[in-house]
Design a binder for this molecule. Structure first.
Ligand code: UDP
Length: 349
């Protein structure tokens, strides 16, 4: 009997991470997967496009839960996930990253004594005002298997007394980047569509609550991008939350090349050909490094400290980058296979 893995996803970065692991599950004997989509991200260009481009299996359960406050959304997810777990009886629940879907999935499973594997365990910003930090802390303390992308993540868990089931597997997002970059270079037409030549533009993303929840903060970030756009065009695929915030807070985005959120192939093409990247996204900071493009992070701290110490990233309030060096912590593009090896090696619980 194959080990049954129930994967819970809901937000854009989780589709990308799950795509890499899901492919590895399909290629590993003895594992089968059922996917649950909470519905946290639901626009076609924030969800469906990733399933199509990255060959992610169609979710067996789609909960269609989005909007509302954190408690409301997480509570509805908990109520909807529990009966699915009771019916599906998985050997493992696998959750990704740090969203409300991650928290609801790990809480529902652990209360039913189903072991949880957390992909991207151990990341910390040490800023508990970030909703993501709360989701990570709780999920890590509920999980049986901690699949860490970096050595820093392993050390963060050790500092909280979490030392069993902890493995440094590398970053499954690196696997995803390797999978799409060649394809994107061949098939994406985004540069011609936007009238841009390679290495003549910068790429920006903004979506964190700390940047979109307050007019002064959003103005400061937009002003930073507008200043940079005097050197080269700044392409800004606009997250729905940021679009809503800019309109509600009366922040105009003049001077920036604003586009709708793009699929992963177009995103890889933009990243690969950008001169610089400006972002408050966790994933995009690392992807900038994977494509060897310098990044400036629009936040006061980062979970991906090695990108800063190795000279590929800096916080926007720092004045210079450190000297560039390669980062070896993210692995060789086989992190997803390390995840499936560990799931398989523990056997049914
Ligand atoms: N991304 C994308 N299209 C976009 C913007 C981002 O495909 O228009 C990808 C990006 O390359 C990265 C992921 O979405 O892989 C990051 O998601 P997000 O920034 O929403 O979340 P975070 O990484 O901060 O958790």
């Amino acid at each position: 009997m194959a080990l049954k893995i129930l994967t819970i996803v809901g937000a854009r970065p989780q589709f990308i991470k799950a795509a890499a692991v899901s492919r590895a599950i399909r290629e590993t004997d003895g594992l089968s997967e059922v996917m649950v989509h909470t519905g946290q991200h639901f626009d076609p260009n924030m969800s469906d496009v990733f399933f199509e481009e990255l060959d992610i299996p169609r979710p067996r359960h789609h909960l269609d839960i989005h909007g509302g406050g954190h408690g409301d959304m997480t509570g509805r997810m908990l109520m909807a996930i529990e009966p699915i777990l009771l019916a599906e009886k998985p050997d493992w629940v696998v959750v990704y990253g740090d969203t409300n879907s991650t928290l609801a999935g790990s809480l529902a499973a652990s209360k039913l004594h189903i072991p949880v594997a957390h992909v991207e365990a151990g990341l910390r910003s040490f800023n508990r005002r970030m909703p993501e930090e709360i989701n990570r802390l709780v999920t890590d303390h509920l999980s049986a298997l901690h699949l860490c992308p970096t050595a820093t993540a392993v050390a963060n868990l050790a500092a909280e007394g979490v030392t069993t089931g902890v493995h440094h597997v590398g970053d499954v997002m690196y696997d995803a980047t390797l999978f799409v970059t060649g394809k994107a270079e061949k098939s994406s037409t985004i540069l011609t569509d936007l009238g841009l030549a390679p290495k003549t533009f910068a790429l920006a993303t903004i979506h964190r609550a700390e940047n979109t929840g307050d007019r002064q903060q959003l103005l400061a970030v937009v002003q930073f991008l507008q200043d940079r756009s005097r050197k080269f065009p700044v392409v800004l695929p606009l997250h729905p939350r940021t679009r809503q915030a800019a309109s509600a807070l009366g922040v105009d985005l003049d001077g920036l090349k604003v586009i709708d959120p793009v699929g992963y192939l177009d995103m890889a093409k933009l990243l690969h050909n950008a001169v610089e990247v400006y972002t408050d996204s966790g994933g995009v900071q690392k992807e900038a490094y994977f494509h060897r493009v310098p990044c400036i992070t629009l936040r006061d701290e980062t979970e991906w400290t090695e990108t800063v110490t190795h000279g590929w990233n800096r916080l926007w309030k720092q004045s210079t980058h450190a000297v560039q060096r390669d980062i070896d912590e993210y692995g060789t593009g086989r992190a997803a296979y390390e995840v499936t090896r560990l799931l398989n090696s523990r056997g049914p619980q």
